[in-house]
Design a protein around this ligand. Structure first.
Ligand SMILES: Cc1cc2nc3c(=O)[nH]c(=O)nc-3n(C[C@H](O)[C@H](O)[C@H](O)COP(=O)(O)O)c2cc1C
Length: 311
């Protein structure tokens, strides 16, 4: 193959301006905060996009320690949306992002529809922000978050309220902690979502048998990492079959082969989370791996592979 394969993907085809990424490899929310320090250890400008930590109207301290426990092939976390709040994000983080080539998507969280709308409205017109990811799927907060992600009507209401409050593309991030994820996906698509990302973490817990109590300060947490990949892949497959908007696959991705699986299952792009903690260069490694797969199979456009396993 003479030319380099084309890795570009369109994340928001029904948005007037669209959201084209140079490649499908994104960093998932909550893994590298606002990516300032992360930018010092890896060339994030080469990635498709990054998603920052879930951001609320006011700063949040998060849950009691301990907040992280390793499990077989996975990680349980109960960070509880600790974040600096939207005003500090606008004042301190967005000016840095404005100088970056890589698009930054802000993960917006809240306890009520009004809070999601207030955070999103504040982000309107702020340089350095390319999109909104609506977190209706956080399992680690006592109110809001996941409540919106498990009820199709609430999920639709928060999506349309946020869409009305922004000119940016809106990605809605779904929870796997539901009976039928297709129902929620269809509801947010109908409500105007430009894309859907999935999955957030699966609810889980661990017990310290010596102390005879739960390992996490919050008792319950969210499971991520390689252990959840088959579940995430299945859910992406399920959702991609029924929606027309792009699906962003996330959950347990740890190598280029995993990314290709998600793309073949119908994902237009992917987000990498937990595996970045053990290999900060993983995004770039994965990009190289995808490119070499395409060359080896003489595929000019990555988009040719999207959903190929659905047929
Ligand atoms: C420590 C930690 C913090 C997270 N914080 C957020 C968050 O603020 N907002 C969000 O939407 N997802 C958050 N997530 C979920 C991830 O973005 C991702 O959906 C999930 O971990 C599955 O992907 P992975 O297996 O590649 O980590 C967090 C995950 C972890 C491990």
């Amino acid at each position: 193959m003479r030319n380099s394969p084309d890795l570009r993907v369109q994340l928001a085809p029904r948005h007037p301006e669209g959201l084209i990424l140079s490649n499908p490899v994104m960093i998932a929310s909550g893994i590298a905060g606002y990516c300032g320090e992360y930018a010092e250890i890896t060339d994030i400008q080469k990635l498709g996009a990054i998603v920052c930590k879930g951001t609320t109207l006011m700063p949040k301290e998060g849950n009691a320690q301990p907040r992280l426990v390793e499990t077989a092939g996975g990680l349980l976390n109960s960070v509880g949306l600790e974040n600096i709040g939207v005003d500090a994000l606008i004042g301190e983080k967005a000016p840095v992002w404005a100088g970056w080539r890589v698009p930054v998507i802000v993960n917006v969280a809240g306890e009520a529809i009004d809070e999601y709308v207030a955070v999103t409205s504040k982000l309107e017109g702020v340089p350095g922000i390319s999109g909104i990811e609506l977190n209706i799927s956080c399992p680690n907060v006592s109110s809001g978050g996941i409540e919106f992600g498990v009820d199709p009507e609430l999920a639709a209401r928060v999506t349309s309220a946020v869409k009305a409050a922004t000119s940016l593309p809106v990605i809605v991030k779904l929870s796997p902690n539901v009976t039928d994820i297709k129902e929620i996906a269809l509801a947010v698509e109908e409500a105007g979502a430009d894309a859907i990302s999935l999955i957030n973490t699966l609810k889980g817990m661990a017990i310290d048998i010596d102390q005879r109590k739960p390992c996490l300060g919050n008792i319950v947490g969210g499971l991520s990492g390689p252990a959840i990949k088959p579940v995430a892949l299945y859910m992406v497959f399920e959702v991609a079959r029924v929606v027309r908007i792009p699906v962003i696959g996330c959950g347990g991705i740890a190598c280029a082969e995993n990314v290709l699986e998600f793309i073949m299952a119908g994902a237009t792009a992917v987000q990498i989370g937990t595996a970045i903690l053990t290999n900060p260069q993983l995004g770039l490694d994965v990009l190289e791996g995808i490119e070499s797969f395409l060359r080896q199979h003489e595929i000019q456009n990555l988009t040719e592979l999207i959903g190929i396993a659905l047929a």
